[in-house]
Ligand binder design. Sequence first.
Ligand code: NAI
Length: 257
Amino acid sequence: MRLQGKVALITGAGSGIGKLTAETFAREGARVVVADVVDEAGRATVDGIRAAGGEAEYVHCDVSVAEEVEAMVAFTVGRFGKLDVMMNNAGIFHARDGSVIDTDEETWDRTIAINLKGVFLGSKYGVRAMLDSGGGSLINVASFVALMGAAVPQIAYTASKGGVLSMTREIAVEFARRGIRANALCPGPIETPLLAELLADPAARQRRLVHIPIGRFGQGQEIANAALFLASDESSLMTGAALVVDGGITAAYITPE
Ligand code: NAI
């Protein structure tokens, strides 16, 4: 098992990529703490892991609230004795997020609070706990939009993900000699509840599909598999990287017909 003996904490693990990653980590031997704001969903992830013979706990945490993030990390260390893998995965895609010229301040503030400040807070308390544990792997979920722009804009989301990428790089450099590895995971469009509404519209779906060389959207498990690599010691030389898992989008100029 690739994560035997490790303790992992994953935010936003009640749904989508976080849920699949929690299940994957548990299957590979990690003891997992699932955090979310939707308690029912988070508890369902834990129930599924336990039913499959794994070890997991649920903790309620809004990642945009410092006291809750601090308490989430303290809960993990209190329950399992240490923290080896911190995955800041929770994120939102605000329905009113759009062009820079008409996105309202409230949409901007909410998106930045969860997607960027949430990752800052998770990194702040997570890195402290991993230092106390003798080292660890920090996985911050950014996006391919941190690397390229789109003519169908989502300005707050894109800005938040750019921030996650550069913040992660700096954390990686600062703590590289103290046993902490920090990497940004940059998924392409993945068929999770986050994108479900958008991709339900055939025109919106097609508008995006034409830009994906591999010819399809990604599945959550394909991101969970990449997270597993970053969490495990197999990626021991990797820090400060952007692991792009996007079906070739960021490599493409003209895609196949
Ligand atoms: P999802 O919507 O399926 O799951 C997100 C989870 O985060 C939900 O369980 C939600 O309750 C939780 N959450 C929301 N606000 C929270 C808060 N304040 N505190 C704690 N938990 C909160 O989304 P998905 O697709 O699994 O996304 C996971 C991450 O991957 C996000 O950071 C997203 O931006 C990123 N991502 C997703 C892509 C996609 O195409 N689905 C592409 C690139 C990045």
